[in-house]
Design a binder for this molecule. Structure first.
Ligand SMILES: *Cc1c(COP(=O)(O)O)cnc(C)c1O
Length: 352
């Protein structure tokens, strides 16, 4: 059947997203979505934008949204690139900035989309082992490379590097691009955006999917020196001139306008993360100290797959990865307080 396929994709294995359940009775703690709805102002903006103007193409450059994002950091719109989710931003980054003779470096335990992009674009990479405590060992990145990609906080561990560690990594590789994937940064880690003024080789990727409750709208962006942003615009212009539709542009604009809602919902998730960490520890789980909206947990007496199956029977979805070193762990998204309580109740049934 694959005889008709292009050679370039015949042996590719796509990224596997977590289950998107159609059954709404399920408690979804498996894909790091935000348990709170988008800001009411976002929903209103989407309704307002649902009008006859949908016959028109959207602004291909999303100029207004780029200005809004740039203004948050005192930067100019030339420092901002928009994409259809940060996954698309990352894809353009791999093709436009990370395909070189030397291998790209990223941690061995990290977002599993990175090796998929490398395979798609035929980019050489080397996965550097994280430490026994799952921490990214910053010193290991000070070596020849064709680029570096670091999620901060890392997924699926939730562990974060400090800004000074990121700065050291960026400074040590002035001749290659260092991408910091900050999908989860709003839940407590230090952002590396301030480094953009200092280093022309650092690119920060962020998304509205997690901290702004808009995974369904597909809006991501990169912040970096205009010299890097231009490369992303070149890829975009050769791929899809209108990555963000009119509704996405309107909704994202409103999301940034309602900073109070953003701050309140992020704080609620952080508070429940700390509470859930303590509760799970009380049940005998080892819980990595997460700065994200999920926990990475392990129970010394219960195998992860068994726990996942038990939770599934109680209508609770969590994520399990079969990769070496992490197959005994579960990644659990911080849900509403009620969802966290349901999780604890289901787990205490089998752990006690
Ligand atoms: C969720 C996630 C993304 C992708 O987010 P989208 O903007 O929804 O495409 C990127 N990187 C990491 C590490 C993520 O967990």
């Amino acid at each position: 059947m694959k005889a008709l396929w292009s050679d370039a994709i015949r042996n590719l294995t796509p990224y596997t997203p977590g289950e998107q359940a159609v059954d709404t009775a399920l408690i979804k703690l498996n894909t790091n979505e935000n348990p709170y709805p988008p800001s009411p102002q976002v929903l209103q903006a989407l309704r307002d934008a649902t009008n006859a103007d949908l016959r028109l193409y959207p602004d291909p450059d999303g100029a207004q949204l780029r200005r809004t994002i740039a203004a948050q950091y005192g930067l100019s719109e030339r420092h901002v690139f928009l994409g259809n989710g940060s996954d698309e931003v990352l894809a353009h980054t791999f093709l436009g900035l990370l395909k070189h003779a030397q291998p790209v470096l990223f941690p061995d335990i990290t977002y599993s989309f990175y090796p998929v992009y490398c395979a798609l674009y035929d980019i050489d990479y080397e996965a550097l082992p994280v430490g026994a405590d799952f921490r990214v060992e910053a010193a290991g990145y000070a070596r020849e490379n064709g680029g570096i990609v670091l999620p901060n906080p890392n997924a699926p561990t939730g562990l974060a590097l400090s800004l000074s560690e990121i700065r050291r990594i960026v400074a040590a590789s002035p001749d290659s691009v260092v991408v910091v994937d900050e999908a989860y940064v709003d839940f407590g880690a230090e952002s590396a955006v301030p480094l953009v003024r200092e280093f022309p080789n650092v690119l920060i990727a962020q998304t509205l999917s997690k901290s702004r409750s808009l995974a369904g709208l597909r809006v991501g962006y990169a912040i970096g020196d205009p010299g890097l942003i231009d490369a992303l615009n070149t890829v975009k212009g050769c791929f899809n001139a209108y990555p963000l539709d009119s509704l996405a542009l309107a909704g994202a604009q409103a999301a940034f306008a309602d900073s109070e809602y953003f701050t309140t919902t992020c704080a609620a998730i952080v508070a429940d993360r700390e509470w859930l960490t303590a509760q799970l520890t009380g049940l005998g789980f080892a819980v990595l100290p997460s700065l994200a909206n999920f926990l990475f947990v392990h129970h010394p007496q219960h195998d992860a797959l068994g726990l996942k199956t038990h939770l599934r029977a109680k209508n609770i979805l969590v994520r399990h990865f079969t990769a070496p070193r992490i197959e005994d762990y579960l990644r659990i998204t911080i849900g509403t307080h009620e969802a966290c309580e349901a999780l604890l109740e289901a787990l205490s049934d089998i752990v006690n």
